[in-house]
Design a binder for this molecule. Structure first.
Ligand SMILES: *Cc1c(COP(=O)(O)O)cnc(C)c1O
Length: 390
């Protein structure tokens, strides 16, 4: 046997570890789930109404309607607003697939607008440019946890005969713009409780916020096959429910959300400070928080300059440090949307972002030691120190 000691294995840092937050709430969650199990009210049980009420209050809206996913929240919003074949809906291309697929799915045409290079959110000037007489809705996405420029987008809409705005707030629960919460500024707001979101359930879940009582009523009917009462169908709706068991879990978690967002913000601040202090700012561009915005950091997404993004991601992966690329291919260049005829180069800011972004671990329970491991590795990479990991 060799007496040479093997060096300590590098600390692995996951991109996300949902078990940490769930473990801390295990007792409460188990009790809430057991109550549902015992009651047998698996669909639209009391926990659902309680959660809808709590979410309306949290988001600062009159109404909240639970549904099966964030994707369905977008789809139901479009259906309730009567968007359909022949209509255009302006969406960003730099977003999760569901923002555009919801539009496509109902037979309308997604019209892609470019983003701001700093915030990665819709560029109001390009929205204005893409507006036509066929535009029936705009879907600004509050990407990575920061709100889009809702004032400017709102002004465009006012000038354009009050076109409805559907906020895609799936990554931005609790985020604020000029003191208003995500989901309270548009005609509707779409939320997701997929486990990787800031408020994550034990599977899929979604919700729609709105200040419009008639629209809320229509959404409630639409999510239940368009029937009211049962077996009397007014619309061809969906089967899209928020399970009682999910609502029970989410009721336990919602009160913790502000604390978790504060932890995420602390991590974000520390990343920015460290990148600056270690002289990494030329390679690693930290995400700015726009004026009047309260960012909830669903993702901490930097730009890696000098064409070194993919090399850095591999360097981190070799050291068992998680990172992710949201998103590698813009939606306007996806194969499934080829029929739209969008060309490479048509959305230059979006396309550049896809080649430069890298999201780093920012989950609330990440320890200072873990964050140090991430920053050390990035510094070693940038300064050309640290050869291949053992
Ligand atoms: C997650 C997400 C969705 C879809 O939510 P699901 O609950 O996964 O269907 C839609 N838009 C954005 C921006 C998202 O991040």
């Amino acid at each position: 046997m060799s007496s040479v000691k093997t060096p300590a294995a590098p600390t692995a840092v996951p991109m996300l570890d949902v078990t940490r937050e769930n473990k801390r709430l295990q007792g409460q969650i188990d009790a809430a789930m057991a109550e549902v199990t015992k009651s047998g009210a698996f669909v639209h049980g009391p926990a659902c109404a309680k959660f809808e009420e709590a979410m309306a209050k949290y988001c600062g809206t009159e109404h909240a309607v639970g549904c099966a996913s964030g994707s369905d929240a977008l789809l139901l919003s479009l259906l309730a607003l009567g968007v359909g074949p022949g209509d255009e809906v302006i969406v960003p291309s730099f977003t999760f697939f569901a923002t555009a697929s919801a539009v496509w799915r109902i037979g309308a045409k997604p019209v892609f607008a470019d983003i701001r290079p700093d915030t990665f959110n819709l560029d109001p000037a390009d929205v204005m440019y893409k507006l036509t007489t066929a535009t029936k809705a705009i879907i600004p996405v509050h990407l990575f946890g920061q709100c889009a420029q809702m004032d400017e987008i709102g002004q465009i809409v006012t000038a354009a005969r009050g076109i409805p705005i559907i906020e895609d707030a799936c990554q931005a629960i609790g985020a604020e713009y000029q003191g208003r919460r995500a989901g309270s500024m548009g005609t509707t707001g779409a939320f997701s409780f997929y486990p990787t979101k800031n408020l994550g359930g034990f599977g899929d879940g979604g919700l729609i916020t709105t200040g419009d009582g008639d629209l809320a009523g229509k959404l409630r009917v639409l999510r239940d096959h368009g029937q009211q009462p049962r077996y009397y169908h007014h619309f061809v709706g969906l089967n899209s429910r928020l399970d009682t068991i999910q609502a029970a879990v989410l009721n336990v978690k919602l009160p913790k959300l502000a604390d978790w967002a504060a932890s995420r913000a602390r991590h974000a601040e520390r990343y920015e400070t460290e990148f600056a202090q270690r002289g990494l700012s030329e390679v690693v561009v930290a995400p700015p928080v726009a004026d009047g915005c309260h960012h909830v950091w669903n993702q901490y997404t930097v730009r890696i300059m000098e064409g070194r993004r993919d090399a850095l991601q591999k360097y981190l992966a070799d050291r068992k440090i998680g990172s992710a690329i949201y998103y590698p291919v813009p939606l306007h260049l996806q194969k499934c949307f080829a029929a739209l005829g969008c060309e490479q180069g048509s959305l230059p800011v979006t396309e550049q972002a896809c080649g430069e972004v890298l999201s780093l671990p920012v989950y609330p329970e990440m320890t200072a030691a873990e964050q140090e491991v991430v920053v050390d590795a990035i510094a070693d990479f940038c300064h050309g120190r640290g050869r291949a990991a053992a």
